[in-house]
Design a protein around this ligand. Structure first.
Ligand code: ADE
Length: 238
């Protein structure tokens, strides 16, 4: 799979590409990531990518021409590229969207900037507009890294074990159970006794209850659909 990132701050991505799973996946040729400077698709002497908004207002808007040219140049031999515009106005990015994008052979990520991006990019060029959450970043670059990270780790063979991604939060519809490591007592705080028994069934039951409680407390919205709770869950919650 290939990612093409369009940004006016290409060096923003240096650290991201140089570490961890993303670095390893690139070294093993499991993914290809190319970061492009949007200014390379301007034709004027000052390499201008923005302009004032029609109708007045503060701030500048990214012009459509460099973005259309860049995306067309980068996708012209791909049958079905995913062209993603990152803005706070997008549909919310979630694990399901990450799975969907992980099936794509090419994903172009357009990083928004300034006060916005000419709406014709969202309407006539992008295949989708995504937001990573209900807060406003100063640009789409951190959002592009979030999307790439979440997608890359879902690709076959990128994580150590093939089942690693399957048991995670949002795949299972609830938050992960809490984990502990040594020491068994730290500053007077003990690791739950059930985890020290060596009894697999008891450990599993504790984990399930703890995950449910955490989900109920932090993310009750995830449990709002009662069909996602079975009889054991209901018993554990009472
Ligand atoms: N650009 C600015 N804020 C953003 C957000 N929340 N998600 C995606 N792109 C953004």
């Amino acid at each position: 799979m290939r990612f093409d990132v369009l940004t006016i701050f290409p060096t923003f991505f240096d650290g991201f590409l140089a570490h961890g799973i993303v670095r390893r996946a690139r070294e093993r040729r499991q993914v290809d990531v190319a970061v492009h400077d949007l200014r390379d698709w301007t034709y004027d002497r000052h390499r201008i990518v923005d302009d004032r908004p029609y109708g007045g207002e503060d701030g500048m808007v990214l012009k459509p021409e460099p973005i259309f040219r860049a995306v067309e140049a980068l996708t012209h031999h791909q049958p079905n590229p995913s062209i993603v515009l990152l803005t706070p106005q997008g549909r919310r990015f979630d694990q399901a969207a990450a799975y969907r994008l992980s099936q794509s052979s090419q994903v172009v990520l357009i990083c928004g900037r300034y006060e916005g991006v000419d709406e014709r990019v969202a309407q006539y060029l992008a295949t989708e507009e995504l937001s990573i959450g209900d807060y406003v970043l100063s640009g789409g670059e951190p959002a592009a890294m979030v999307v790439m990270d979440a997608v890359i780790r879902l690709r076959p063979d990128v994580l150590g074990s093939p089942t690693s991604a399957q048991h995670e939060s949002f795949q299972t519809g609830r938050l992960d159970y809490p984990v502990y490591t040594r020491p068994a007592r730290y500053r007077g705080h003990a690791v739950p006794a059930e985890l020290l028994t060596g009894n697999h069934a008891e450990v599993e039951l504790w984990r399930r209850r703890a995950a449910l409680r955490k989900t109920l407390c932090h993310r009750p919205d995830l449990l709002a659909d009662p069909t996602r709770l079975d009889d054991t869950d209901r018993r554990l919650l009472t």
